[in-house]
Design a protein around this ligand. Structure first.
Ligand code: DC
Length: 222
């Protein structure tokens, strides 16, 4: 079976990361969480005191950063300039900063280049917002996962609680809504479904059914 490129796009909490991980495991592919790269840049901007609205400085920072995704899909570690930032990029301030820096066109150009380099060997599942539209417009499999805002907020709430964070569903819902709006309305490659992507609404679908459905789609394209 030829090694494919599988692009999974969708908003936060749509299940793309969980599904991407599961598919990569089943196919023995590399899983690349592109959001982690934007998060690492957001983290670095905060930690270095770089104002998020200073586009030129943030873009320089993006170009000069060494970001590595290391390990298998279930134990992926994110390294930024030789430092393990796996947990630090999931903090609320990094979530916010990632979606702000992702609006800067020069940052996106630098990230797209890094992502293509990471996927050079082929046999990859990449999830994000612009994978099917910009990073890999020729991907053999393109999926767009979506779910209602309430379902997505509830999923994020459960994840955060498992990490031991004291959060409320309402707070998470508001944060998701704000980030969604920024991701969908930015001028530079906003979150949109590629015209040839398969739309999967995961609101009422158990995870194993979503994964089964995706594997079936992959089989028809191999
Ligand atoms: O998937 P995530 O929540 O970890 O992504 C963090 C932010 O990065 C998200 O708000 C938008 C941005 N992002 C993007 O613009 N393009 C991508 N391919 C992936 C993420």
């Amino acid at each position: 079976m030829d090694k494919l490129t599988i692009a999974i796009d969708g908003p936060s909490g749509s299940g793309k990361s969980t599904v991407g991980k599961a598919i990569a495991r089943r196919l023995d592919y590399l899983h690349i969480d592109s959001g982690a790269v934007y998060r690492a840049i957001g983290r670095k901007a905060i930690d270095t005191g770089t104002p998020l609205e200073d586009a030129a400085s943030v873009a320089r920072l993006a170009r000069e950063s060494e970001i590595k995704l290391i390990g298998d899909p279930d134990h992926l570690k994110i390294w930024l300039d030789g430092r393990d930032v796996t947990d630090a990029i999931r903090l609320p301030d990094a979530s916010h900063a990632s979606s702000v820096v992702a609006t800067i066109p020069e940052v996106r150009e630098a990230v797209v280049e890094k992502l293509r380099e990471m996927a050079r060997a082929g046999g990859v599942v990449m999830d994000g917002r612009d994978i099917g539209t910009k990073v890999f417009p020729d991907a053999q499999v393109k999926l767009f996962l979506d779910a209602s805002l309430d379902v997505r907020a509830r999923r994020r709430f459960e994840e955060e609680r498992e990490r031991g964070r004291d959060v409320s569903v309402e707070g998470i819902r508001a944060e998701l809504e704000e980030r969604d709006q920024r991701d969908r309305e930015r001028a530079a490659t906003p979150l949109v479904k590629a015209s040839d992507a398969v739309l999967i609404d995961t609101s009422d679908m158990p995870l194993d059914r979503v994964i089964g459905h995706v594997l079936e789609i992959v089989r028809t394209r191999s």
